[in-house]
Design a protein. Sequence first.
Lengths: 374, 451
Amino acid sequence: MTEETQAGVLRVKRKGTTSAISRVARFMGVRAISLIITVVIGIYTTIMIANMGGYVDEIKRNDIRERVNLQVAAMTSSNRGITTEQRREMVAEFVILEEKRQGLDTPFAIRSVRYLVDSLQLKLGRATNMVSDNGSREVRNIILERLPATLLLMGTSQLFLFFFSVFVALSLSRSYGSFWDKMVITLSPTSAAPPWFYGIFFILIFAAVFRILPFGGMVSAPVPDNTFGYILDVLKHLILPASSLIIASLFLSIYNWRTFFLIYSSEDYVEMAKAKGLPSRDIESRYILRPTLPTIITNFALLVIGLWTGATITETVFLWPGLGRTIFRAIGFFDTPVIVGSTIIYAYLLAITVFLLDFVYVLVDPRVKVGGGK
Amino acid sequence: MKTINKTFKQISQYPSAVFGLFIIMLLVILAVYAMATIPYSEAIRLWRGGEDVVYMNPKNVPPAWVNIFRKTRLPESFAVKSSEGEITKTVTPGADNTASIDFEYPFEFDYDVYPQELMLYFTSTYASKNPFVSIYIITPTGEELRVGDFGVSAKQTFRFSQDERFIRRLVREKRDENPMIGIFSIPETEPPVPQKGTYKLFVQGQTFEANSDLNVEFVLHGQSYGLAGTDHARRDLMVALLWGAPIALAFGLLAALATSILSMAIAAIGAWYGGWLDELIQRITEVNLVLPFLAILIMVGTFYTTSIWTILGVTIALSIFTGAVKSYRAVFLQVKESTYIEAAKAYGASNFRIVFLYLIPRMIPLLIPTLVSAVPAYVFLEASLALLGLGDPVLPTWGKVINDAYSNGALYKEQYYWILEPAVLLMITGLGFAMLGFALDRIFNPRLRGI
């Protein structure tokens, strides 16, 4: 993504049209249109996949038929006056009603376009089978209800991970070759395993063997009645999932940032600055951090929107009531509106971020120019 | 050949690479061993065969070697058959075509925990009058416990713990009403203390016809089993641990190989031809970034099929157009301008020749570290999907063992072996490839050399 946006900026720079403003406008326009097209195609593909080419409709129809049959049987079991013929008519009628409610009476081609148009307008609509904890069928409520839990877990772990690894990497790149530096290099292959994997080990050690932390969930069974107790309890539940998310990428993240800073600190102009006798703080902030800033910002922005998706498997392992698990459950319920709803929000966030990043580059990197100077 | 030698020499300078390579070799040997000793169909039969295959295994027990680390020793399981001469069978012919068939099996019991169950499986042949048996257990002190007497049909199972009359008899003899404690305890101790020593199973059989025969299989469900233990369905975990290796390697290697080679080829084609083709590839890559990768895999698994090969195909399809295409493309655009490509164009090499024989080979040093480092991600992806209950319906994999253990509450029930065994194997696999990949990256990537 980084290279692409930079390439886009550079391409415009090379063209060098007469007016700076029209150049910027043109660039913005082209960029916005291409991003919108990307989002539309991405969402439509997701809708198609969530339907498996009509296959899911078949499953849903069978499901409805089965449920209606049971329902009618239960309704008519006490009434002997109803003939089989009447019962069959009732079933047929109910099936048509239920199919209409779920929108199965219109062909998928039309329905898919309707889904697309609605979701692009952020009209997330109603879930077909899922219900939020407080009984709402609105996709928006289902998603909003789970958002705080995901933001808490992902936010604490990812923000800590980002700042901690950038900070440690900077100090490691200064003391390159030291014991801690070698330690990080040696430990970086541990990031081959995903967070849930460490999660299982953590549960085993801290919950099963030592019994000092809970196995999972977000709050204890009788919910603590005062706010302070509640916060403390949630924090206690947060420790294991958050630390498994952190540990799983910590060393690789430090290693990558460290290597990245080292490459920049071995540039000639840094050597030159050292030769001039500039204090190392100045060298770091002016000659190392400055050119790496676009990358740092890009990574941070992508991290922030990445919080949205949650961590499906880690949430499942720790029974954390987050968005990732909700999407997993939505798939189990064949609930296309929920799946599409969460995808469209991510797609929009991604597109907006990518769009904005192009302009942030201009602000932080003097080498990149869209409109001929700030 | 020379370059390969040089690479190996360089690898040998990185201890972590040597270690990684060593682990990968061990895994390959394990995988080959698994496929050679347990053929595919046999593995499936052992894993999915049901009660007929696993009846002699105890339920949810740790491997036998845990006894080395324990103060209280867990009884090991065994199964012996008279038809294979493991149980002494003495046939004494009597009058009127009758015969008495006696079975004797002495066994050592010097454990501190009681076994799960004792069972006898009788098989007999007869025309109209079935054989009759009386079962006794002789304790180390020489006491004779009468277990039961009954007529045996063609196939009959006798479970010691489920025989009401035997339980009543134990209570009458002032022994514990749990048959396992009743049999294997020093009498009238509270709490019960296991009686160690040599026990003897004695089955007195009687047949009443000329061609009538009787055989018995004696099964002791201990509290430990084999090298890997068993799961909730009495299956020997060794099957899954062994067969998990070739499946994990196949999935990881195929996915890594296919995605990196296809990404590279596509990037090369895009960079070489440029124009609308390049633009199309760029757009597809951007669309692919919007698509929710894991959600799509879960959808395929839930709606369509959980077959590992379909999942592999979808994984590859979704992983081709990623950031890798962009970074390869950037390098290809540079290489495209080099003089040897100019030369190739000048003497009229075809586009195909330039892309596949001149452009792509230049990138192999960049490809190999990426490929090796990508393997663990795919190995763990398979395990992750299995953890969500979307494992392959037929094949035994490490991820499915973890899923079984997790969903059966192995952590709550302290059956740690069940999760640790596949998890350690996964960890080792991931570490092996990651370590080698890291070292290769440093060897092949000149910018990282010395950093």
